[in-house]
Design a protein around this ligand. Sequence first.
Ligand code: FDA
Length: 294
Amino acid sequence: MRGLITGVPVTRRVVDRFVAGENLDQASAVLADLVGEGLTATVDRLGEDTLDASDAAATRDAYLAMLKRFAELGIAGRTEVSVKLSALGQKLPKDAAKITLENAVAIAEAARDAGTTMTLDMEDHTTVDATLGTLRDLRGEFPWVGVAIQAMLFRTEGDITDLATAGSRVRLVKGAYMEPASVAHQDKHEVDKAYVRAMGTLMRSSAYPMIGSHDQRMIDIAHKLVGETGREPDTYEFQMLHGIRATEQRALVAGGETVRVYVPFGDDWYGYFMRRLAERPANVMFFLNSLVKK
Ligand code: FDA
């Protein structure tokens, strides 16, 4: 599948719907446009599951260069970074936790120096304990480091309760990984119900909820909870992925909401792209049609 997809030239056009270019120059142009339109962003340099410490160091250095560039462009205040810990060393055969933390600390320091923040993406369920452990270590010095939490996992109810502390930046998402029935809801309706429960816990707490969803029902329920709890607009935000519901992103901004767009870039787009296809059958049709049309 990887050979087929990456080998087809037309694929690039389809990938471009979700990925903001292959390099930092291309991504920076997308970011400048988003910021110009009143949106904020979180930038992911694509890549995951590295088994080599020098690749992890290269990922760290790429983030340091990105943060420097955002500061130079004057967009760092509205552009943070999203990091996958498996790209920073979480799966290395030796000293994984130590190397991951060192790399993550270097990025957090650079984010702080640039005047912005960083959020840890959440990967498949086998990584959650390690990611939350690194989050705890980071938050000692950088309390503003955020984390993504996946509603589909059974454990999430407890994790959300633990994380619902003052100012704690938590990005609530449904979950993008194929997970076994032993650890995660399989039924979409159950995932949605779990999402609403977790959103209620976060919104009623003193945490900083980041509502990561394109689902209009979730957005409507978030608005209802904001009304119920009397939250001020700067105490939560909405987040959506680049290329998905762009019109709604701008409509929310026009309504006075903070909206952060998750902007991935880089040439290692295969895993990210496949998760976007898997989420929505219509995306597979879009992809197949583009092969036929050329
Ligand atoms: P749902 O899948 O129910 O979709 C609702 C509607 O949104 C659809 O009907 C459609 O209109 C639109 N939509 C959703 N997905 C689409 C797609 N791929 N293409 C086109 N339209 C689409 N996951 C994870 O496991 N770890 C993480 O760290 C993150 N990080 C993250 C950051 C941000 C900012 C967002 C928005 C999402 C993530 N995710 C994630 C992904 C998340 O777990 C989830 O897979 C997707 O957001 C899809 O779920 P929705 O809540 O959008 O609802």
